[in-house]
Write a protein that binds this ligand. Structure first.
Ligand code: FES
Length: 289
């Protein structure tokens, strides 16, 4: 088992995680501000892109340390990196607060590595500004090492642990093309989401105000069961479904994200009703038969 995998099971981190989660929710409660930090307007998580900025500035500063006459530029790059850490950390914490416990354990050490890197770079800047250039350069290398360790854990979170990736994306490849019988209209309750199977897929079906809407049932955020979610109406009057796990809200008509933490659109299906009152579906954007 790798060190990162061992962190997933480090229960001794749970106390600190619970305190940090309470703090994050108090400072950045779910809403418009946290949605921007999640990356909802971008359609992808904002934290990875924001985290690349300080790392880029700091790596450049370390490289410039090898170039004579670049002391001023190195200082400027380190200062820019320290400024860029603020939005990157805010986005990271708000994402972290909506993760599973195992992901939070890894995320906590990832954040601690980032904080350690920031302190070392702040020390480096201070040392350089007070004429202790050699110490400043040494602290820069230490900071880069901490940031690299943090980056490794960030990738472990993003790839093996699937934090940030869409958990609904495979539906595009599993849903057969063309129209398929799903269920009878008479089997669908009014105004209550239910699940129905289509081959390997579980779909959530909502019959509401004379319309039938169908989305993939597995929430794009972390795979929560949308058929157990709540039906709500958004500010613009659109019927939406709220995920029971972390509250991501998707427009029923097309699966677009109305509220995070999900950032990716929930796969939606086109629906038609035959003369025999059978509900048929096909993946949205599929070609016409
Ligand atoms: S699984 Fe997190 S909001 Fe749905």
């Amino acid at each position: 088992m790798s060190a990162a995998e061992r962190l997933e099971h480090a229960e001794r981190l749970d106390g600190a995680a619970a305190v940090a989660e309470t703090l994050v929710r108090r400072v950045l409660p779910p809403g418009a501000r946290s949605d921007v930090l999640h990356g909802v307007p971008l359609g992808q998580p904002a934290h990875p892109a924001l985290a690349g900025l300080p790392l880029g500035f700091w790596t450049s500063a370390a490289v410039l340390d090898l170039v004579p006459g670049s002391a001023r530029a190195s200082r400027a790059l380190i200062a820019l990196g320290l400024a860029a850490v603020v939005p990157a950390a805010a986005a990271g914490w708000v994402d972290w607060s909506e993760l599973h416990r195992e992901q939070q354990r890894v995320g906590l050490v990832h954040a601690a590595s980032g904080a350690c890197a920031s302190v070392l770079f702040a020390g480096s800047l201070l040392a350089r500004m007070t004429g202790r250039t050699a110490s400043g350069r040494a602290l820069t290398l230490g900071g880069l090492a901490a940031a690299t360790a943090g980056g490794f854990l960030g990738r472990h979170l993003a790839f093996p642990m699937g934090a940030g990736a869409s958990h609904a994306e495979p539906v595009t490849h599993l849903a057969p093309l063309g129209w398929h019988n799903l269920c009878k209209v008479s089997d669908l309750p009014q105004g209550r989401p239910v699940s129905r199977r289509l081959g390997y897929l579980t779909l959530v079906v909502v019959r509401h105000r004379g319309e039938i809407c169908v989305l993939d049932d597995q929430c794009a955020h972390l795979g929560g069961p949308l058929h157990q979610g709540e039906l709500v109406t958004s500010a613009d009057g659109s019927p939406c479904l709220v995920c029971p796990w972390h509250g991501s809200t998707f427009r029923l008509a097309d699966g677009s994200v109305m509220r995070g933490p999900a950032t990716a659109r929930q796969p939606a299906f086109e629906v038609r009703v035959t003369a025999e009152r059978t509900v048929q579906v096909r993946p949205r954007n599929a070609g016409q038969d």
